[in-house]
Design a protein around this ligand. Structure first.
Ligand SMILES: [Fe+2]
Ligand SMILES: [Fe+2]
Length: 178
């Protein structure tokens, strides 16, 4: 069974993942309105992955006999200057989330909550990927420095598709998101 402290921390992480989704939906809308449909597609899929992360967390809370208690989600920003700035902020946000996951892991270790440690390992690995993919796009936009280069990167980002695991979890074709 999850301790009260771990339950509260996991509930906090559910809200953080849903905020990530909210932020990326907002970024996706801005990108779309500014004429970057490919980058908007990329960010829209990222938003759905964040819902998948939240789903994984609340499944863990429930499986461990904890109570899911959803908190408030603050409003995200809605305006940026360039697609580069959008992805720089997304990258910074992912680094923040990595810190939150690390805190959760430290808490699980301190409580000798081995089940949560094993569960959180997936998120530790996922954050390496999340930071790397955001940084990759930042570097692409930096190299392009606007104009036709931005257009080409946008085309490339438009090719992103949702992974089958996330798709199945979000459409309910599998019982659990694990
Ligand atoms: Fe996430
Ligand atoms: Fe993320």
């Amino acid at each position: 069974m999850l301790s009260k402290k771990m339950t509260a921390a996991f509930n906090g992480q559910v809200a953080a993942e849903l905020y990530s989704s909210y932020l990326y939906i907002s970024m996706s809308a801005w990108l779309q309105s500014e004429g970057f449909p490919g980058a908007a597609n990329w960010m829209g899929l990222q938003a759905r992955e964040e819902v998948y992360h939240a789903q994984k967390l609340y499944n863990h809370i429930l499986e461990r006999g904890g109570q899911v208690k959803l908190g408030a989600i603050e409003a995200p920003p809605f305006k940026w200057k360039t697609p580069l700035e959008v992805f720089e902020q997304a990258y910074a946000h992912e680094q923040k989330v990595t810190g939150l996951i690390n805190n959760l892991m430290s808490m699980a270790k301190a409580e000798s909550d081995h089940a949560s440690e094993i569960f959180l390992q997936w998120f530790v690995t996922e954050q390496v990927e999340e930071e790397a993919t955001a940084l990759d796009v930042v570097q692409k936009f930096k190299l392009a420095a606007g104009g036709a280069g931005f257009f080409m990167i946008d085309q490339e980002l438009g090719a992103r598709v949702l992974s089958q695991i996330v798709k199945d979890a979000l459409t309910g074709t599998v019982a659990s998101s694990n």
